[in-house]
Design a protein around this ligand. Structure first.
Ligand code: NAD
Length: 457
């Protein structure tokens, strides 16, 4: 736990204005990029230790995403920082109106364990680009990765600029948030802890971004390309052994295509991970025993159609397909966050929407269909954070799209320019010349109503 003097030193450093300059920000982004590349192998090793991720998976979902964000920020920073001019309404003419992008100050970034590198460092890129100081709190459950991140951060940044704080989140975070007023808290993790963080922030009126969990439905319509659907669903559902915030949580498939989809999913799983995923280079492990036990319990909530093998010693849970799940059981009330995929048939859209409505505001929503009309109807009917048509989860890797949930799945958005915006205040400034000063704007107002109605409309 940092002592309050360390946080005050960060405040002083921010107040010095050093972090605001373009030259400073760009240099920090470039230094961070160099350091990440220099530690590429260490990160592969660490992420293998924590989650048994392959190098290739690490590049696609962790380091590569960070490098892509850094490249974009380095390329676009000057443009992002520019003040913009906007229109001025009739009432205020001939004033001019501008929006300045101002850093927020000292921000706190809290990360989870499932993509421990990317989900801590990507928000940091936005914070640096926007000219802030930041406290980084990684998850305590992906220790190997946390150790490398600590090395990187300490190598590159002084502690009064970027402070890396370890330890039990339940102790360290309240201690910091109750004793220091951060200018923003960016939290990624479970909804349960998100509520705790939100309450602490509210006490001091600290703005927050909450990137929470969710139960993301995946709808497969009668007219979907089933082979493609199965490949794309299996790919992201079982990536990182299902421990992905935007993984398809459960499938709602039109009854007429259910059996065909199940068979195609089985084939896809075997094509990707072989007949024994325990030996697969491409298949990960569960982070710890607590999560392992939680996921294994879901196997009782329906019929295992495929998979279901587990090994607590290696924290292995086989890619598993489930049928006849009990809609009232935990498996359909909680985010699964593991390699267990319920497959539920539906006849009408209304039936499917009722199931989706049990878990409001999913973080993501996926639809497989070849009909533009169905696409429109589904997109209009479900309130979700972000999603894909004829794909699953990949929207998250496009940094030109904002990423975030809504309501129960979170508040605020980031990635690319949206990260810069999240960590910047848009300061609105109107500049009024002194050569024009009409009497209409000053009392007495009596008799001016008609004129006001003409000007303000
Ligand atoms: P978690 O909520 O257990 O932990 C997240 C962070 O909160 C950790 O750094 C932890 O130290 C800290 N923390 C724990 N208890 C705390 C407390 N009482 N007060 C303050 N901080 C505390 O989440 P997790 O298990 O690491 O991550 C899994 C969850 O995160 C899933 O629900 C998943 O969907 C969600 N998630 C969301 C996104 C997203 O982008 N929306 C991304 C990844 C994970």
């Amino acid at each position: 736990m940092p002592d309050i003097n360390q946080l005050s030193a960060m405040r002083n450093y921010f107040n010095s204005g050093a972090t605001k300059l373009y030259s400073f920000r760009i240099e920090q982004l470039k230094k961070l990029k160099q350091a990440v590349l220099a530690h590429e192998q260490d990160l592969y090793d660490a992420l293998y230790t924590d989650l048994k991720k392959s190098k290739e998976e690490v590049w696609v979902t962790e380091t590569g995403m960070v490098i892509a964000e850094l490249n974009q920020a380095i390329q676009q920073l000057r443009q992002w920082m520019k003040a913009t001019t906007t229109r001025t309404n009739l009432l205020n003419l001939p004033s001019s109106s501008h929006i300045l992008k101002e850093p927020l100050g000292v921000v706190l970034i809290i990360g989870p364990w499932n993509y421990p590198f990317q989900l801590l460092i990507n928000p940091l890129i936005g914070a640096l680009a926007a000219g802030n100081c930041a406290v980084l709190k990684p998850s305590e459950f992906a220790l190997a990765t946390a150790t490398i991140m600590k090395t990187i951060i300490k190598e590159v940044f002084p502690e009064n600029y970027i402070l890396y704080v370890e330890g039990d989140g339940a102790a360290v975070i309240p201690e910091m948030m109750n004793n220091f007023s951060f200018d923003h808290v960016f939290y990624t993790g479970s909804s349960a802890v998100g509520k705790i963080v939100y309450k602490m922030a509210a006490e001091r009126l600290v703005p927050v971004t909450l990137e929470l969990g969710g139960k993301s439905p995946c709808v497969v319509e009668q007219d979907a390309n089933i082979i493609i659907a199965a490949k794309r669903i299996a790919m992201t559902k079982f990536s990182n052994a299902g421990q992905m915030c935007v993984a398809p949580d459960y499938i709602l498939v039109h009854h007429s295509k259910k059996n065909e989809l199940i068979e195609a999913l089985k084939r896809s799983i075997e094509n990707f991970f072989g007949t024994d995923a325990a030996d697969s280079y491409n298949y990960g492990k569960i982070i710890n025993q607590k999560q392992f036990n939680r996921i294994v319990n879901y196997l009782q909530d329906g019929t295992v159609l495929y998979g279901g093998k587990t090994n607590i010693d290696t924290l292995y849970i086989e890619p598993t397909l489930m049928d006849t799940v009990n809609i009232n059981a935990a498996i359909m009330k909680e985010e699964i966050f593991g390699p267990v995929l319920p497959i539920i048939g539906f006849e009408t859209m209304e039936e499917a929407l009722k199931i989706i409505a049990i878990n409001k505001n999913p973080l993501a929503f996926y639809l497989f269909t070849s009909s533009k009309t169905k696409e429109k109807v589904w997109l209009d009917s479900v309130a979700f954070g972000g999603g894909c048509i004829n794909n699953a989860s990949w929207h998250l890797t496009n940094h030109h799209l904002p990423f975030g949930g809504r309501g129960f799945s979170g508040t605020g958005q980031y990635h690319g320019k949206f990260s810069f915006d999240t960590f910047s205040h848009k300061k609105a400034v109107m500049k009024t010349p002194v050569w024009f000063d009409p009497a209409i704007k000053y009392p007495p107002f009596k008799g001016k109503l008609k004129l006001f109605k003409w000007v303000i409309r």
